[in-house]
Design a protein around this ligand. Sequence first.
Ligand code: ADP
Length: 260
Amino acid sequence: MTATDQSASASPLAGLGRMIAISSGKGGVGKSTLTANLALALAGQGLRVGVVDADLYGPSIPGMLGIPGDQPPTMAPNNKVIPAQAHGVRVISMAMLSGDDRPAILRGPMVTKYLQMFITQVDWGTLDVLLLDLPPGTGDIQLTLAQAFPLSGAVVVSTPQDVSLKIVRRGLRMLEQVNVPILGVVENMSGFTCPSCGEVTHIFHQGGGQKIADSLNVPFLGSIPLDPAVVDGGDTGRPLILDAPDSPAAQAYHAVAAAL
Ligand code: ADP
């Protein structure tokens, strides 16, 4: 994807570029970690990238990108919220509004309001791509976004084991029903390479992501290996892709970004 491609396919929400949702059937599969690393990979391609942390009830993007949770956003002269900046990427998250240790207590209509605000009332400037880190599952937030905004498509993240894949299949069907194009499936936590002997162990099995992509006739975007450095990157606010760009996991994130 290049900056030129982006301007050629301008989104109806002027200046926001392609809106790409990162989704998963269940939590803990690495969706936010993928979002953070993809955002930096796309920024590394020279694209102007924004991230909406649409996981209103469990926002984790600011922590993963090293954005302090105790700095409320400021307003621009046009009365829009100025997004946080981290590693060259613009970010809005519930964690910046409510603090990252206070729960967001929101009923359905408020959820819609916040999502609309995150997209239309933030001073994004001009973007080439806006990534939306969705909460897991197929609830209100996913439906609101799919119905209210012209999503270019969704990337679906799964771990390789069967139970996860069954849930992914359900999520994919929901996205299809609301006419969101599936850009592809990413298999995360695919295999662990022993640092001492180099042997690869497929802790959560392997190949499931490819299988589900084939069976649903959507692209398979790649496998991200299981790597403790990915966890450290998320915990320290410096995604792995920044400090270990040659690692297999970073290369895998770059490959997914290149396929979008
Ligand atoms: P989700 O957004 O799907 O709930 P997260 O991105 O928060 O999942 O990831 C859950 C946990 O798994 C985090 O501790 C994260 O660091 C870890 N994790 C994600 N991807 C990998 C990976 N490829 N290798 C090792 N740990 C990972």
